[in-house]
Design a protein around this ligand. Structure first.
Ligand code: ADP
Ligand code: MG
Length: 682
């Protein structure tokens, strides 16, 4: 029998007492659509109204609770003058003041000569204490003398109403059938989901991250997300494909052409990919590696193997210039009889049409391009591998679509240059198998990282002079002031003018308003060394190799997260020259800023940097995952709760191994709104 009590939690807000169309619309605008959503808006703090104060002891400016007796109404007939109700207790007199309130209403809530309890912020006017527009008034003192949660409120809904709605839900919580097994429940001292939610909303429990109810709910969230990933993995694994068969001679001959040796991690990743290609299960793998760790060559070697086994390969890059760079590299290292081409928006119509025909007739083995290569009109003959060099961050849904697009025989390799802690990788890419390149090529010189006050810009200019004289190129990243694109723009323009003045004909500018074509022209010119300094606001694609650029200046560096700074820094240091990163600051650094900076200066390991960054800043806005719409968690924290992530991972592995019936967990998945991804399995 199915347990449907959870449906109450997903029901519309209008079912609540006191919530009309107006309130429910206000909440919906805040993406609060049902009772469950509302439950997850947790209180931020609370106001303590438990203690009574006598009138003589009131303190101006504080929120205090008083029991008193109204003894006289003063309703002036002059507009703009407030209604005043004179009140007293056994120690003195004070007023309740109402602006814009009807006499009838006041008479109802403050009847004369009847004791009431009032709570509010104390003011002082003409030698008398007063409370203006008090919201907490009741004859029943116990209703007022309580701790009242503070939520981040929306315009139009008062704290009181909000508390009232929530307590209505909390007191009607349906008892859900437990989804966890005994051994897991034991870890959280058997606290139930219902109870945990109720506890979480108690004022005194705000911020009690160590409690069992907090942990249980965090674990529920993690497990819900991992379960969905697991289901997707299972589905993909069920797809049988024609295995690729190739021998390693051609891989070896490709690698031997390089002027470097693969690192241990590159070899290991390539082996893992090869194993997948040779198996008859569809590959769905993420190749994760720091900027400059050498993912491209691993992908190309894999592509070569797929081509040798008689399939086509498509490699998608985030921008045309990057696609072109990959294309050029492939042309250089692949055997002449591999037919390589690129689909570009700039290709003439006729040629494009010809290319599409050749693709469809299997006359192209390896095609490069942007997302355009996945348009409907692009048809492959025997597509065997899709490689996606990921800068845009795909959500689970989009990845699933890409995987489906290639058909059953098509393996999928996604590359990500975003090093993040393992727990977060599990969360974001849990539907994929994982290969990680941790070490960087040994030949690489570390980028020297300095910080500099903006007032010392002359030193920086001197340094740039020297570098330019030695034939080097410079990135100059302008402050990113999120609040205003206009300011960003003008500050970049000003910097461009300033630098052009110092270095005539050596500077170019890229900003948010530069269109894609122009941007490409400028980047190409920079690549060809037609100018020396590139000023930019927009974050230039991390993947492009500018081997001759070895200096990056980042203004107002504290506007960036550490991981972002690390990625920016990764734009230089790709060639053989010594590279430098100069972080500029408007004013002296705070202790915290210094701490963060030292992490960056002392480490070149992106995984470590992102982990430290998250410890200091939380995981919320790391590297734009938030903007991408990828769902993270409400409670669970990949750093603080890493043990819970490990536990969930262990559980899922066990479930997969024992082919566990997941019936009981369906409610969990539905509630946590992960079900949209897997409608067909739940
Ligand atoms: P990313 O992982 O950021 O995509 P790339 O694949 O673009 O990195 O590699 C960055 C640079 O490092 C390229 O110029 C590439 O030729 C070089 N490279 C890759 N692997 C090695 C290696 N094992 N030793 C030395 N250089 C390497
Ligand atoms: Mg790359």
């Amino acid at each position: 029998m199915t347990n449907n009590t959870y449906k109450y939690l997903l029901s519309d807000l209008k079912h609540l007492k006191g919530v009309g169309l107006k309130t429910s619309n206000i909440l919906k605008r805040k993406k609060i659509n049902n009772l469950f959503d509302l439950l997850w808006r947790l209180p931020k703090s609370y106001t303590d109204r438990t203690k009574s104060t006598k009138i003589k002891d009131l303190k101006v400016g504080e929120i205090q609770t008083i029991t008193l007796v109204p003894y006289k109404y003063n309703f002036p007939r002059i507009r703009n003058l407030p209604n005043r109700i004179l009140c007293k207790d056994d120690t003195g007199h004070m007023d309740c003041v109402f602006f814009n309130s009807y006499e009838g209403y006041i008479k109802k809530i403050l009847p004369l000569n009847k004791e009431v309890t009032i709570s509010g912020k104390i003011g002082y006017f003409k030698n008398k204490y007063q409370i203006t527009n008090p919201k907490y008034i009741s004859e029943n003192a116990s209703l007022i003398k309580d701790k009242h949660n503070k939520y981040s409120l929306t315009d139009g809904i008062s704290e009181k109403i909000y508390n009232k709605i929530l307590s209505q839900i909390l007191s009607n919580m349906p008892k859900l059938e437990e989804w966890h097994e005994e051994d897991i429940l034991k870890k959280f001292d058997y606290t139930s989901w219902n109870n945990s939610i109720i506890e979480l909303h108690k004022p005194e429990n705000i911020g009690n991250y160590k409690s069992n109810f907090y942990k249980r709910l965090a674990y529920d969230e993690i497990l819900a997300s991992f379960l969905v990933h697991s289901e997707i993995r299972k589905k993909i694994k069920k797809i049988k494909k024609i295995n690729k068969s190739f021998n390693f001679n051609c891989q070896n001959s490709l690698i031997s052409k390089l002027d470097f040796k693969l690192t241990h991690d590159q070899k290991k990743s390539l082996n893992e990919i090869n194993e997948d290609l040779k198996s008859n299960q569809k590959m769905f793998r993420l190749l994760q590696g720091d900027v400059g760790s050498g993912k491209t060559i691993v992908a190309l070697a894999a592509a070569n193997n797929v081509i040798k086994s008689g399939f086509q390969v498509a490699m998608m890059a985030p921008t045309e210039i990057l696609a072109k760079q990959h294309y050029t590299l492939a042309k250089k290292i692949f055997n002449n009889n591999v037919k390589i081409d690129i689909l570009s928006s700039k290709t003439e119509y006729k040629e494009k049409k010809k290319n599409l025909e050749r693709l469809e007739n299997n006359e192209i083995d390896l095609i490069f391009g942007t997302h355009a290569i996945f348009q409907k009109k692009v048809k492959f003959n025997r597509l065997g591998l899709i490689i996606i060099d990921e800068q845009h961050k795909f959500g689970v849904n989009q990845r699933k679509m890409l995987s489906d697009k290639g058909g059953d025989n098509c393996d999928v390799l996604l590359m990500s240059a975003t090093p993040i802690p393992r727990t977060l990788t599990m969360t974001i890419y849990g539907d994929m198998d994982l290969s990680i390149i941790k070490e960087k090529p040994k030949s690489r010189k570390e980028v020297k990282t300095y910080s500099k006050l903006e007032s010392k810009i002359d030193d920086v200019l001197k340094f740039i002079h020297k570098e330019i004289n030695e034939g080097n190129q410079i990135f100059w990243v302008c402050p990113l002031i999120e609040e205003s694109k206009k300011i960003d723009h003008s500050s970049a323009v000003n910097k461009y003018k300033f630098l052009s003045n110092k270095f005539p004909n050596q500077v170019a500018l890229l900003h948010g308003k530069t269109n894609a074509d122009e941007k490409e022209i400028i980047l190409n010119k920079f690549l060809k060394q037609e100018f020396k300094i590139l000023v930019s606001t927009t974050v230039i694609e991390v993947g492009i190799d500018f081997p001759n650029a070895n200096v990056i200046i980042i203004e107002n560096a504290n506007k960036f997260g550490l991981s972002q700074l690390h990625q920016l820094r990764g734009r230089v240091g790709r060639g053989r020259k010594q590279s430098t990163c100069i972080l500029m600051f408007k004013s002296s650094l705070t202790e915290n800023a210094k701490k963060r900076l030292n992490i960056l200066k002392n480490s070149t390991n992106g995984f470590k940097i992102s982990e430290e960054d998250m410890k200091l800043r939380g995981f919320g806005d790391i590297l734009g995952f938030k903007q991408s719409g990828i769902k993270l968690f409400k409670l669970a924290d990949p750093i603080q709760n890493s043990d819970l992530f490990d536990l969930a991972e262990k559980q899922i592995k066990l479930f997969e191994k024992t082919n566990k019936d997941l019936g009981k967990y369906k409610i969990l998945i539905k509630l946590y709104d992960r079900a949209d991804i897997i409608n067909d399995i739940v």
